[in-house]
Design a protein around this ligand. Structure first.
Ligand SMILES: Cc1cc2nc3c(=O)[nH]c(=O)nc-3n(C[C@H](O)[C@H](O)[C@H](O)COP(=O)(O)O)c2cc1C
Length: 171
């Protein structure tokens, strides 16, 4: 691992959080990082919902089979994309753009000492339908992924998952 890339390798999924709020200035930092991600043709189709209310976090967590721990997080972000603003109106571009934004949020959280975990929503129909209802989304807005964020109880070790078998050289 190159130490200059420490910030990348130190980003690990954190699923247990201290009972302690995340400051609004950090919320702003995370959203600025998200919106610094690359997006196809610079269309920035991403839209973000910030969730801090405990009852709401619990309700969303209950709709995510692998995301029950969102109920214990002080901050949740729901990342959606608006098809009307995606490059060529294409869902694939929207998903790629929003995924880049989510990864930036995860990297920024780790750099700030916060813990975070990506919670899959798209393409699971039941989860997408729940988010559409919960956030009262117009048809053009597609829920992509949720993120649980908080101060970490655990700090998993930085690691590389480099596998030379996944690399092919074209001559
Ligand atoms: C699209 C996507 C969906 C994910 N959904 C969940 C999830 O629902 N629950 C969860 O605990 N982790 C989820 N993760 C996190 C992965 O399990 C985790 O990134 C992976 O095991 C690698 O571990 P690391 O993040 O610590 O490097 C998701 C990750 C991605 C990219």
């Amino acid at each position: 691992m190159n130490v200059k890339l420490q910030a990348i390798f130190a980003r690990r999924s954190v699923r247990r959080f201290l009972d302690c709020p995340v400051e609004e200035s950090h919320e702003r930092d995370l959203l600025e990082a998200a919106m610094a991600a690359p997006s196809a043709c610079g269309k920035d189709p991403w839209r973000f919902f910030v969730v801090r209310s405990k009852p709401s976090l619990k309700e969303i967590a209950a709709a995510l089979p692998n995301g029950g721990f969102l109920a214990e997080a002080p901050l949740g972000l729901m990342v959606c994309g608006d098809l009307e603003h995606a490059h060529a109106g294409e869902l694939s571009y929207l998903l790629q753009d929003c995924s880049a934004a989510i990864e930036n949020i995860l990297l920024a959280a780790a750099m700030l000492g916060l813990g975070a975990c990506w919670l899959g929503v798209h393409p699971r129909e039941d989860r997408v339908d729940f988010m559409r209802r919960f956030f009262q989304l117009p048809d053009s807005v597609v829920p992509v992924g949720a993120i649980a964020i908080g101060w970490p109880v655990e700090t998993p070790a930085p690691r590389t998952r480099f596998n030379p078998d996944f690399v092919h050289r074209h001559h």
